[in-house]
Design a protein around this ligand. Structure first.
Ligand code: HSE
Length: 432
């Protein structure tokens, strides 16, 4: 039997889930793993929780947990990057293992933290930091260890997926659904982290490091959120056989990496197009197994606790062996790869603009596109709902670099028969 004494810092949504699941499922966990996990210390900065901590040592100061000689492993669930970083570094310097659900902490400071952990010969594990309850890091690191990863693409932010799904089904605008997501507790404390793509970019940084052996960093990734997605674009996409999703993509091409987070039209035939609500899904394409899909709840108290506890059990099982790297690749063997500029990445584009309903307008536009060798896959024209004598023109292009399309869009914008802004959204045929 292996025994591990843990200290939990933070009893918010995830912390209370960890406390509850550890309490209710300790027997089944022991039967499966032969590990006994004892909560010996809990620290929360606020008393606003519903856990019955009984006679477990209780502190208001999270640093007391990292200093407690009875604690073997610190569970960091306080969030943020300031106190959390100090706490984790203190725990490591006191030779304690760490489990965290904090994607911002790992994406921004993971390299420093993992290097310190390697030197101190302790483990830092963070399964819950990406896609909540889905064991996707373990799946890639261990299940796909035999494979070279070609690309991965995922819906890794539940809030944006909930908003886009509801916009599509209920035909309700972005602002209304965002307010609902906040009231249901899906969104981060600051929802701009979700809707501007920051949360997803941090998760993609972790997935990219683990899949392609690059150092943890978001700095070179292209990041775009969903705040400018309009209801009419969701509807036109549907009409053309696509669903708009907010996705993170990382793909290796000739030793260089595409790493980007943005909204995209996904063909309705793709599995990712059917991932709705707050669910997350990560599609991974690798050389031996081809494409796998990891799907499930990307957030939630007990779902995220499930991943936190899986990490705790991994640490308990490996205590007598050498420390492991949660990235799979040893931290001192991560190598920087060139991240491609978004302008040089090829994909399809959805282009929508409002034009005057006059003879010759469409031919003017298609001539500009043909002259620039931009190939059109589909084109539709629909009466504008509120502007008489105006039409919405929607075009889907074949794969093209943004740098090639940009001058074309600028020319179309200058035409006197084209009014308003031009909407541009990427189109991804993920299985090609
Ligand atoms: N706000 C996050 C999401 C929660 O919507 O996915 C989990 O990281």
């Amino acid at each position: 039997m292996k025994e591990l004494n843990i200290g939990i810092c933070g009893l918010g949504t995830v912390g209370s889930g960890v406390f509850d699941v550890l309490s209710s499922n300790s027997r089944i966990m022991f039967e499966k793993s032969s590990c006994e996990i004892n909560i010996v210390h809990i620290a929360t900065r606020s008393d606003n929780h519903s856990c019955d901590v009984g006679d477990i040592q209780y502190s208001k100061d999270v640093f007391q947990v990292a200093k407690d000689p009875n604690v073997d492993l610190v569970v960091e669930l306080i969030g943020g990057t300031d106190v959390a970083f100090e706490l984790v570094m203190l725990a490591i310097s006191n030779k304690k293992h760490v489990v965290t659900a904090n994607k911002a902490l790992i994406a921004e400071f993971g390299s420093i933290i993992l290097e310190a952990a390697m030197k101190a010969d302790v483990n830092v594990a963070f399964e819950a930091s990406v896609a909540g309850g889905i064991p996707v890091l373990k799946g890639i690191r261990e299940g796909l260890v035999a494979n070279k990863i070609n690309w991965l693409a995922g819906i890794i932010n539940g809030t944006t997926n909930f908003i886009l799904s509801e916009m599509s089904v209920r035909k309700t605008p972005f602002e209304v659904i965002l307010a609902e997501a906040q009231s249901k507790g899906y969104a981060e404390a600051d929802p701009t982290f979700d809707v501007e793509g920051i949360d997803a970019s941090q998760k993609l940084a972790i997935l990219a490091s683990l899949s392609f052996g690059i150092p943890l960093s978001v700095s070179e990734f292209f990041v775009e959120g969903i705040t400018s997605i309009l209801l009419e674009d969701v509807s036109f996409a549907k009409e053309l056989g696509f669903t708009i999703k907010h996705i993170g993509i990382c793909r290796e091409i000739n030793g260089r990496l595409e790493a980007r987070v943005h909204p995209a039209l996904i063909p309705d035939s793709s599995l990712l197009a059917h991932v709705n609500g707050v669910s997350n899904a990560v599609m991974v394409n690798s050389d031996a197994v081809d494409t796998t899909l990891f799907y499930g709840p990307g957030a939630g108290s007990k779902a995220t606790a499930s991943s936190v506890i899986a990490d705790i059990i991994d640490v308990a099982k490996s205590r007598e062996s050498a420390c492991f790297s949660s990235l799979g690749y040893p931290i001192d063997r991560l190598k920087r790869k060139d991240i491609m500029n978004i302008e040089d990445i090829e994909c399809g584009f959805y282009i929508r603009f409002v034009a005057l309903d006059k003879a010759g307008v469409l031919s003017e536009i298609t001539t500009i596109m043909a002259n620039a060798s931009v190939s059109i896959e589909s084109i539709i024209q629909r009466d504008h709902v509120s502007k008489i004598d105006h039409v919405n023109v929607v075009i889907i292009t074949s794969k093209i670099k943004h740098s090639t399309l940009d001058p074309v869009v600028k020319k179309i914008k200058k035409l006197k028969n084209v009014v308003d802004e031009i909407v541009l959204i990427r189109v991804e045929h993920l299985d090609q």
